[in-house]
Ligand binder design. Sequence first.
Ligand SMILES: [Zn+2]
Length: 268
Amino acid sequence: MRARALTAALLILATLTGCAQSVDPIERLGRKAAARGHEPAPAPYRRWGLTAPPAAAPAHPARVLPGSPGTGLPPVLDHVPTTDKVVFLTYDDGAERDPRFVDMVRELRLPVSMFLTDSVVGPGYAHFARLRSVGASIQNHTLDHPVLRGLPYAGQRAEICGQQDKLRARFGLRPRLFRPPYGAYDATTRRAAADCGITALVLWRAAMGPDGLAPAHGPRGPHRLRPGDIVAVAPDETTGPVLRERTTRLLRQVQEEGLTVGRLEDYL
Ligand SMILES: [Zn+2]
């Protein structure tokens, strides 16, 4: 009985093996690949609410940094003078630490710039290390977010150089860009920033808030993007994680106006 059962089992095994070998393994792999090719490819931009992938930024940025001839002080910019069809996405303070935002930056390859304030980030630097590892850049936004304008040199320098030191300790980098809190600065700010290794003060020409994109200066109303615009995506402390949604809305507008997102550090 046992021998007969064994023979039967071997026969079944041989048949199965024979079946499996009837298709060449390499051929089988090819068939699988072909089958995969017919499946709809996962499109990250659709996951993030866009109808088209973000266009690539120019490989060779047209840099036209004005500088401040004769003063030796870093320029103050709310836009980059360039003819490239790019705008720049900037984020301030470091209050919101949504892990999904890291996914968004990675999947859409968004070259965003994060201006960090030490007292706001607090123990949350790991989040920004993750953001940096997926392509975000880290820049300076003071230690404690004061209004710098009118403060004595020593105080302004301590705020700016102090955050340079923190960011160097955390990330091993020394930022070149600085955003004064509230956009408030004076000549002392520029001098202190230069002495801390800053090469440009970065303001913004438009802000993405709860009601959409608004100009930073001038009459209220919707802002039409222009090449070189620096856009601040405003955090909202009251309603929770909204940076993703605001970024999606902004990206839709960027695409509608025939623009794409550039890396600010490539231009400044
Ligand atoms: Zn701020």
